[in-house]
Design a protein around this ligand. Structure first.
Ligand SMILES: [Fe+2]
Ligand SMILES: [Fe+2]
Length: 171
């Protein structure tokens, strides 16, 4: 899924920025703040929005309930991802305001996010989506695609991706 590939690129940005921070190289904390804001807009609002509002609703129609496995774990992980992102932005904001003690917190939140999302994306690509593929009818897939297109009108991809490319140039 293309959205997963884009978030993997953001994960690479966070990895590279973290490596520089560990080595003590100069790295603008704004990279973590802007990275966090890309995650919020692209991943949390756009991508997880679609998964939670539309994909999960379809799964529900096929007998998969949100508070039962496998959906339950994926939804818990979305919440965890949101809280890591919030904490990352806060810690990076403090680092940007010369609070050097926040360096550890930035690294901790960034690595928590990286580990969680890497695992989450792999699990969706290899397990959840293939499961849905094996259950959904052609009509369901068509309907889902229609809903995604409608949803994406509120989150045009291009301006968001421009921000990702700018971050990639900085690390
Ligand atoms: Fe997800
Ligand atoms: Fe996903």
């Amino acid at each position: 899924m293309q959205e997963h590939r884009n978030i993997s690129r953001l994960i690479e940005v966070l990895k590279n920025a973290s490596k520089k921070l560990i080595k003590g190289e100069s790295i603008d904390p704004q990279i973590f703040i802007k990275g966090g804001s890309f995650i919020t807009q692209y991943m949390e609002q756009k991508h997880h929005g679609k998964e939670e509002k539309m994909f999960d609703a379809m799964m529900n129609d096929y007998g998969f309930e949100k508070d039962k496995e496998p959906l339950r774990t994926f939804l818990i992980e979305h919440d965890q991802a949101r809280s890591y992102t919030r904490a990352l932005r806060q810690a990076a904001y403090q680092l940007d305001h010369k609070d050097n003690k926040s360096k550890e917190a930035v690294l901790h939140q960034a690595s928590s996010y990286i580990l969680l999302l890497t695992h989450h994306i792999r699990n969706e690509d290899n397990n959840l989506f293939p499961l849905a593929d094996s259950k959904f009818s052609q009509e369901t897939n068509k309907e889902l695609l229609k809903q995604f297109i409608e949803f994406d009108k509120n989150f045009p991809e291009k301006p968001l991706l421009e921000k990702l490319y700018q971050l990639e140039d900085l690390v």
